[in-house]
Design a protein around this ligand. Sequence first.
Ligand SMILES: [Ca+2]
Ligand SMILES: [Ca+2]
Length: 206
Amino acid sequence: MLQVCSNHNETWGSDCEVYQMRCWCEKGLSQCRGDQYEHVHIEYYGICRDMPDCKPEEMADFPRRMRDWLFNIMRDLADRQELTPHYLKMEREAENNLTRRWSNAAVWKWCDLDGHPADRSVSRHELFPIRAPLMALEHCIAPFLDSCDVNDDHRITLKEWGKCLELDEVPVRLALERVVAGWYWLVLLSRLLLCRDESGCSYWSS
Ligand SMILES: [Ca+2]
Ligand SMILES: [Ca+2]
């Protein structure tokens, strides 16, 4: 079982133990070890350790490294055929068009993170899939992600995301428009297919 470090800087036997304690505390059950555990969450995987400070020069270089990393993950997923056709198209464009490379990868990741709920902003909870696994390897990830949330409302908008990755606003907006257009066509197509299967579909008659 993989040990985890919580936001209280305590090592737990597994992620399940953390979720279980949080659940006990949220429900006010006697197994809850204290009110502070009502908001306990996993900070990173592995045992707790002293994190080195992120030096200013490391922080200055971090957006570039993060852009590289996002593009490499997108490329890996494309190679493994794990991207949807729409994102695959964006990946192919990123391969061939250097000006679109970082913005396509950044928009893809931001949309990927914005899932629970998909409300056009990435909450701290939604950042978990990139934050927790990277914390033990990249000590600048936490201050970097905190710095993205410029207005400190605990959510990262696409504008904030693009800005902290040091991307131009226009290619980011264009890439997002393409994602939205892709979704629009997907929804339309699925409605058309559904309509074909159902007799007397109100979509056609309306
Ligand atoms: Ca969201
Ligand atoms: Ca914000």
